[in-house]
Design a protein around this ligand. Structure first.
Ligand code: DX5
Ligand code: ZN
Length: 227
């Protein structure tokens, strides 16, 4: 799955920018990745619930909210109630991540847990049993257009092994610095869903960029997506 991040889109033309990655299944974006930042958990401020609510009305693409905010226990469930398909919170910010996962699911969303590049996966495996998605950050959260940190692929490999052996049931998502130079290594390591901001919205033809990334991922790990 390819999830373009609108962080690199033109915020004054959001509906058009979403339209630019919309296409048939297997052609257009699978998820639309929306980065919510509060200038506290990360040193950047983006958009919040009102814009997400408007986006949900403007697109049929499942919306993937990545909340880089303090106190997600308080703020995250509203994104699920609004209709986001997947709501991801940071384990570094959540006070009671197990309870929060239950709240997100009760509100009708998939529950996602994100870990920053220096956060070990091993410490959070029990918590992850309550989640549907693991978002491995491959840059320090806060800004688009940063360079991919290859060492996080060890965490992807571990997660993939635990999922494939039935010890964990999460979709493995990666976020940060995914582009034509890095997506193949991420696919080989076992990623299911690739977030790409600048690689999609920095391209002239956004839909073609989505397709090209998907083709590269499938080409790098054909055994994972037969047919
Ligand atoms: C960064 C955000 C990412 C960002 C990725 O904190 O979580 O989703 O948009 O942008 P690129 O793909 O340009 O690294
Ligand atoms: Zn993100």
């Amino acid at each position: 799955m390819i999830a373009p991040s609108i962080l690199s889109a033109d915020f004054a033309r959001l509906a058009d920018e979403v339209g630019a990655v919309t296409g048939e299944p297997g052609v257009g974006a699978d998820w639309l990745h929306v980065d919510v930042m509060d200038a506290h958990f990360v040193p950047n401020l983006t958009i919040g619930l009102p814009v997400v609510e408007s986006l949900l009305k403007a697109t049929a693409i499942p919306v993937d909210c990545h909340l880089m905010i303090d106190d997600p226990d308080r703020w995250a469930p509203a994104y699920a109630e609004a209709g986001a398909h997947n709501v991801t919170v940071h384990v570094e910010a959540a006070a009671d991540p197990v309870r929060l996962a239950k709240d997100l699911r009760a509100a009708g969303a998939l529950a996602g847990l994100s870990i920053k590049p220096d956060t070990p996966l091993e410490l959070h495996l029990e918590t992850l049993k309550h989640y549907d998605t693991l978002l491995v950050m491959s840059v320090e959260p806060g800004f688009g257009g940063q360079s991919f940190i290859p060492r996080v692929l060890d965490k992807v490999r571990t997660a993939r092994r635990l999922v494939d052996t039935g010890h964990l049931k999460v979709l493995v998502e990666i976020d940060g610095g995914i582009n034509a130079d890095t997506i193949e290594a991420a696919a080989e390591a076992g990623v299911d869903c690739f977030v790409a901001g600048s690689a999609v919205y920095g391209a002239e033809d956004r839909l073609r960029a989505v397709q090209a990334l998907r083709e590269q991922a499938v080409g790098a790990a054909p055994h994972r997506w037969p047919g």
